[in-house]
Design a protein around this ligand. Structure first.
Ligand SMILES: Nc1ncnc2c1ncn2[C@@H]1O[C@H](COP(=O)(O)OP(=O)(O)O)[C@@H](O)[C@H]1O
Ligand SMILES: [Mg+2]
Length: 610
C-alpha cells in the first residue's frame, strides 16, 4: 500500500485538479442517474398506472421543500400537465428530450473529468521518469554492471509505462467507481430498502473471489518485468555488437538466447493472462447471477404485493442495479492491473531508493585547484570478495607524469578509477593535497580531472557539441583551438558540415582514431590540471596512433598525468614508471633504472620489441 501512495504522490503539485475532477465526476454521476430515474415516472404516467390518490397529489404544485420527494413531485406535476394538455405522445417527446439532454451532460462531464485525470496521470508519470533518470545518473559507477543495464532501461521505460496504466485505473477506482456505487445505492435504498439490503449481503462474496485472483498476480508480474529487462539487455548487446555477431556467424546463437528469453516471457504472461482474464468473465457471471437473484426475489415481492415497489419502479430498480454492476466490474478488473502496477512501482522505487556508494560527506568542501600531489596510502580494493589492489602506496607530484604498466588484469584501470572517486578504496585512502578525497565535493573533484580511455564515449550529436560536452558555454574559437591541439581540426574541416556534422550513435560514422581525437579535444577544452589516460591509443592502428599520440603529448603539456599504456615505447619519458602485477606494485623507477633491474619491465619491453 505504501508503494501505491508513493506513486500517487508523484502527481503533486495538483493545484485545483483534484477538486475539479471530483466535481466533474459527481456531476457526471448525477446526470447519468437522472437519466435512469426518469424511466419509472415516465412509464407510470404515460401508461396510466398512477394510483388515483397519487394522481391527485401530483396534479398540485408541490409545497417548497428540499428533498428528493420535492424534485420528484415537480417532475410528476409537469408530466401530468404535459400529458393532459399536450397529449401522451408530445409528453413522451418532452421526456425523451430531457433524457437526451441529461445524458449529454452526463457524458460531457465524464469527458471533462477524464481530461483532468489525464493531466494528473501525465504529470505524475513525467515526474517519475525524470526522478528515476536523475537518480540513475547520480549513482556510483559500480552500480552499472553489464547485467544491470538492460534491467535499468527496462525499469525506466516498461515499468513506468506499466505504472502509468495502473495509476489511471486506480484513480478512477479510488473515486469515481466507489462514488458511483454509493450514489446509486442511495437511490436503490430510496426505491426499496428490503431488496437493497439483500443485494448488499451478497456483494462481498464476489469481492472475495476477485481478490483471490489478484493475490498471486503480483509475483508473476515482477517475474514478467524482470524477463523483459533481460530481453532489452540482449537486444542492446546484439545491436551494439552486430559486427561481431555477423563476423563470428553467431546469429543462431544470439537468436537462440533471445528466443529462450522471449519464450520464458511468453510463458509467464500466459500464466498471468489465465488469472487476469478470469477476473472479467467471473465478475460478469456474478453480475448476471445477482440480477437473476434480484429478479426472483424482487419479482416475488412485487407479484405478491409485499413490497412498496410497483411494476415500473421494479423495472427502474433493475435498470439502476445493472448500472451498479459496471463500476463494480471496473473495480474488480483494476484489482489485477493495480497488482501489476505495484510490482512495477516497487522495481522503480528499488532504483530510486538505491544509495549511491559515493556521496559527499556532510562537511565536504569544493576544491578549486590542485596544488601539490595525489597520494595513495596503503590502498586495497575489491570489487567483490577478491582483492584486486593490495596495499598500494603511490605519490604523484604536481606536474609529473606517472605511467602504470603491467600485464592486463593486473589492476591498472582499477587504480586509476580510484582517483576521480569512481570507487572508494576498501582499505587505505587516497589523498589530494593532503586531504582524503571524501573531504571534497565529488563534482568539484572530478572537474579537476580529464579522462581519456580506450573507448571514446561519444553521443549522437554534432562534433561541436561532442567536444563542448559538459561545457555548454564554450565559444567556437575555444572549440576549434582544442580540436587543433587534438589533431582533429583537419579531418573535421574535411567533412561536409564541418563542426556541425552529426556523428551517429556512439560516433559510429567516425573511425577509431577520429573518435579518439574528439575525446582528446574534449579533454583539452575542459583544460583540467590532472589527466588520466587509460590505454588511450591501444585500440588504434599505427597511423592514427601516431596522430593521437601527438595529440596526447600536446594535451599532457604542463599537466599532472597518470598514463596507463600498453605500448611501453610511449611512456619511456615518464617521470616514474610503476609496474603493477596482480594488484601489487612490483617495480618502480625511471625507464633506464628499470631496464637495469632485469625484472618484469625489462621482460615486457623485450616482448614488445620483437
Ligand atoms: N567492474 C568489475 N567488477 C568485478 N571485477 C572487475 C571489474 N572490473 C575489473 N575487474 C577485475 O579486476 C581485476 C583488475 O582489472 P583492471 O583494473 O581492469 O586491470 P587492468 O586495467 O590492469 O587490465 C581483473 O581481475 C578484473 O577481472
Ligand atoms: Mg585496463
Amino acid at each position: 500500500m505504501n508503494t501505491y501512495f508513493r506513486l500517487i504522490s508523484f502527481a503533486k503539485p495538483l493545484g485545483i485538479r483534484v477538486p475539479k475532477y471530483i466535481l466533474f465526476t459527481l456531476l457526471s454521476i448525477f446526470f447519468s442517474l437522472a437519466t435512469l430515474t426518469l424511466i419509472a415516472p415516465m412509464l407510470e404516467v404515460l401508461l396510466g398506472q398512477l394510483e388515483a390518490s397519487d394522481l391527485e397529489i401530483y396534479s398540485q404544485k408541490p409545497a417548497v421543500d428540499f428533498n428528493l420527494e420535492y424534485v420528484k413531485h415537480w417532475f410528476y406535476f409537469y408530466l401530468i400537465r404535459w400529458k393532459t394538455e399536450l397529449g401522451s405522445f408530445t409528453a413522451l417527446m418532452y421526456v425523451c428530450g430531457i433524457i437526451l439532454i441529461s445524458s449529454l451532460f452526463s457524458n460531457l462531464f465524464k469527458y471533462l473529468s477524464n481530461v483532468e485525470l489525464a493531466y494528473i496521470r501525465t504529470n505524475s508519470v513525467t515526474k517519475l521518469r525524470k526522478t528515476i533518470f536523475d537518480k540513475v545518473s547520480s549513482l556510483h559507477i559500480g552500480y552499472f554492471t553489464n547485467e544491470r543495464k538492460g534491467d535499468i532501461m527496462s525499469r525506466i521505460t516498461n515499468d513506468v509505462q506499466q505504472v502509468e496504466g495502473s495509476i489511471v485505473n486506480s484513480l478512477t477506482v479510488i473515486f469515481r467507481e466507489p462514488a458511483t456505487i454509493i450514489v446509486y445505492f442511495i437511490m436503490l435504498f430510496a426505491f426499496s430498502v428490503e431488496l437493497t439490503l439483500f443485494t448488499i449481503l451478497v456483494l462481498p462474496i464476489s469481492g472475495w473471489m476477485i481478490s483471490g485472483i489478484a493475490k498471486r498476480l503480483k509475483r508473476k508480474a515482477t517475474e514478467s518485468q524482470e524477463s523483459l529487462g533481460r530481453i532489452v539487455n540482449i537486444l542492446d548487446e546484439t545491436l551494439g555488437g552486430m559486427r561481431v555477431v555477423k563476423a563470428f556467424t553467431a546469429r543462431t546463437f544470439v537468436a537462440g538466447r533471445f528466443g529462450q528469453e522471449v519464450d520464458h516471457y511468453g510463458d509467464v504472461n500466459i500464466h498471468m493472462a489465465k488469472r487476469n482474464e478470469l477476473a472479467s468473465p467471473l465478475s460478469e457471471f456474478l453480475g448476471v447471477f445477482f440480477v437473476v437473484g434480484i429478479l426472483l426475489y424482487g419479482g416475488y415481492l412485487v407479484l405478491n404485493g409485499q413490497s412498496e415497489l410497483d411494476g415500473p419502479d421494479f423495472i427502474t430498480y433493475i435498470a439502476i442495479f445493472t448500472q451498479v454492476l459496471q463500476p463494480a466490474k471496473a473495480i474488480s478488473k483494476s484489482f489485477t492491473s493495480i497488482q501489476r502496477g505495484l510490482a512495477s512501482g516497487e522495481r522503480i522505487f528499488a532504483v530510486i531508493d538505491t544509495h549511491s556508494a559515493i556521496t559527499n560527506s556532510p562537511n565536504a568542501v569544493p576544491v578549486k585547484e590542485f596544488k601539490e600531489a595525489i597520494e595513495l596510502k596503503a590502498v586495497s580494493f575489491a570489487y567483490e570478495e577478491e582483492k584486486v589492489l593490495k596495499n598500494i602506496s603511490l605519490r604523484i607530484e604536481k606536474g609529473k607524469t606517472v605511467a602504470l604498466v603491467g600485464p592486463s588484469g593486473g589492476g591498472k584501470s582499477t587504480l586509476a578509477d580510484l582517483i576521480p572517486r569512481f570507487y572508494d578504496p576498501t582499505q587505505g585512502e587516497v589523498l589530494l593535497d593532503g586531504k582524503p578525497l571524501p573531504a571534497y565535493e565529488v563534482e568539484s573533484l572530478r572537474s579537476l580531472m580529464g579522462i581519456v580511455t580506450q573507448e571514446s564515449i561519444l553521443f549522437n550529436d554534432t562534433i561541436f557539441n561532442n567536444i563542448a560536452f559538459g561545457l555548454p558555454e564554450a565559444s567556437e574559437e575555444a572549440v576549434i583551438r582544442a580540436a587543433r591541439i587534438a589533431n582533429a581540426h583537419d579531418f573535421i574541416m574535411d567533412m561536409e558540415q564541418g563542426y556541425q556534422t552529426l556523428i551517429g550513435e556512439r560516433g559510429g560514422r567516425l573511425s577509431g582514431g577520429q573518435r579518439q581525437r574528439l575525446s582528446i579535444a574534449r579533454a583539452v577544452l575542459k583544460n583540467p590540471p590532472i589527466l588520466i589516460l587509460d590505454e588511450a591509443t591501444s585500440a588504434l592502428d599505427s597511423e592514427s596512433e601516431y596522430l593521437v599520440q601527438e595529440a596526447l603529448t600536446n594535451l599532457m603539456k604542463n599537466r599532472t598525468s597518470i598514463v596507463i599504456a600498453h605500448r611501453l615505447s610511449t611512456i619511456q619519458h615518464a617521470d616514474e614508471i610503476v609496474v603493477v602485477e596482480k594488484g601489487r606494485i612490483v617495480e618502480r623507477g625511471s625507464h633506464s633504472s628499470l631496464l637495469e633491474r632485469e625484472g618484469l619491465y625489462k621482460k615486457l619491453t623485450l616482448m614488445q620489441s620483437v
